[in-house]
Design a protein around this ligand. Sequence first.
Ligand code: SF4
Length: 175
Amino acid sequence: MTEMLLRYFRTKQKEAQTEKIYDTQCPFCSMQCKMQLIEQSTVTRKKYQTVGKDNPTSEGRLCIKGLNAHQHAVHTDRIKQPLLNVDGEFQAISWEKAYALIEEKFSAIQSEHGKNALSVYGSATITNEEAIYLESLLEWHLERSILITMAAYVCLQLHQQQRKHLGWTGGSQIV
Ligand code: SF4
């Protein structure tokens, strides 16, 4: 009986084991190296692995950050909703409340110190759509016109030096 049950559960486990492959790109720097995220599911858990995907810029290579990029998304401590610091303790709040608080505090800062008291720092890895949202936040809501995306420049320099001295690069979509 035990043997029969074990065989049954092992068969079910094998049936439930699946592997999905997602074509994607590393989100960490402006090189945006192409990669595949492999998700292996068993009955009780999921395992992830990233591998570089061949492309003209990074030639299929990933740096150590890219190889571990997925770990931020699947980490159990990942923050998934806004937290408000109340007397040193972080309390989860709704997005509506968070936006209302941000608007209130931004308005108070600009009323007291002028429009130039606020600006926006945008990462080199934001999408075109996110850049447009940031720009409209600046221009229409904060009435500023400076958007800083410093990381793009830093990464570009890094990869140009890699190509020059090592003969290969993680690749760049900027050059
Ligand atoms: S160079 Fe590294 S961090 Fe930058 S996109 Fe490629 S894998 Fe990601």
